[in-house]
Design a protein around this ligand. Structure first.
Ligand SMILES: Nc1ncnc2c1ncn2[C@@H]1O[C@H](COP(=O)(O)OP(=O)(O)OP(=O)(O)O)[C@@H](O)[C@H]1O
Length: 305
């Protein structure tokens, strides 16, 4: 992929030191990375692999021990560029006696936004994150997923070009997770650049265009999600309404051509899709209690070779 690089890191390194200046942890080791305008970029890695350290270096909250990070062609330590960045930290520290609207108004004031602009922006953000109806509810009375939504709205209050999201789906139930992923995709549709860190691989796979995998502070893999996940030597065919004869013929054809049949059965859905369809069905038809197994498995017949 080519395009305008919004983020560029060159041999970016971070060593945390203790009180006496002795090396404690090498959190990031010579990271070379580019993130392009308009893409959703995933930073993946197990706990302690350096994801949050990278985000903090990009925000200029930490100074690199070596190397350099550029954001919008400016050194990341130049915090003036942060006016064009939105940041959702791993945990949002929100004032629990304020409601959603007041919280966003507070952050809007920090950016010196005029009252009319603030009002308009808050209305559209509350709509985007799906809490228009709960806008007057104090945070201490809200559900667990609400702070994540307000956190995202707060990160977007300054209409940023680049959005850094640290574990955006943490603490959300499957519906909240799906909605958060849709919101992230919507941001890309609006031309924003999104960098998200996560160790929830399914979430990253669903939304990211490209990913970097970090392990113990080192970059281990970098590339487009679709090409990284393509299994080159396997061909998948999906078909509906195949007779037994047709399936047998397919088996013969594959054998005749020297191929190896790995699988031919009906595809399964994901647990996420199943869960969401049950909840949505239940919302549409309250009162219905159980969907029998026979009803669920009586769907489309398919075959995959
Ligand atoms: N302020 C600090 N002082 C010393 N060591 C730190 C500090 N912050 C992070 N570390 C260490 O640096 C390493 C990288 O941490 P970092 O928080 O960047 O990882 P992460 O990939 O974001 O992990 P997680 O998924 O748990 O949030 C870890 O070994 C961590 O213990």
């Amino acid at each position: 992929m080519s395009g305008e690089a919004v983020i560029e890191t060159r041999a970016l390194s971070k060593v945390y030191r203790d009180f006496w200046g002795r090396q404690k942890v090498r959190a990031l080791k010579a990271l070379d990375l580019e993130v392009y305008r308009g893409e959703i970029f995933g930073l993946l890695g197990p706990n302690g692999s350096g994801k949050t350290t990278t985000i903090k270096l990009l925000l200029g909250l930490l100074f690199p021990s070596d190397g350099q990070a550029l954001v919008f062609d400016k050194d990341a330590t130049d915090v003036s560029k942060n006016e064009r960045i939105g940041y959702l930290p791993e945990e949002s520290y929100l004032y629990k006696f304020l409601n959603a609207e007041e919280t966003l108004d507070f952050y809007g004031r920090l950016f010196d936004m005029p009252a009319e602009v603030r009002k308009e922006r808050i209305d559209s953000l509350l709509k985007l994150v799906g809490i228009e109806r709960a806008r007057k509810r104090q945070l201490r009375e809200s559900s667990k997923g609400m702070p994540r939504r307000i956190g995202l709205a707060q990160a977007l209050i300054n209409d940023p070009e680049l959005i850094l999201l640290d574990e955006p789906t943490s603490g959300l139930d499957p519906i909240g997770t799906r909605e958060m992923k849709d919101m992230i995709l919507q941001l890309r549709d609006q031309g924003k650049t999104v960098v998200m860190c996560s160790h929830l691989l399914a979430d990253v796979q669903d939304v990211c265009d490209r990913i970097a995998i970090l392990h113990q502070g080192e970059l281990k893999e970098l590339g487009r999600v679709d090409s990284l996940l393509t299994v080159e030597d396997v061909t998948q065919v999906k078909a509906r309404n195949l007779s037994d004869d047709c399936r047998n013929e397919l088996r013969d054809v594959i054998q005749r051509h020297g191929g190896e049949l790995l699988e031919m059965d009906s595809p399964t859905t994901t647990l996420e899709d199943l869960f969401l369809s049950i909840v949505r069905d239940s919302e549409a038809r309250p009162g219905r209690r159980i969907v029998g197994e026979h009803q669920r498995s009586g769907g489309d017949e398919g075959g995959a070779a």
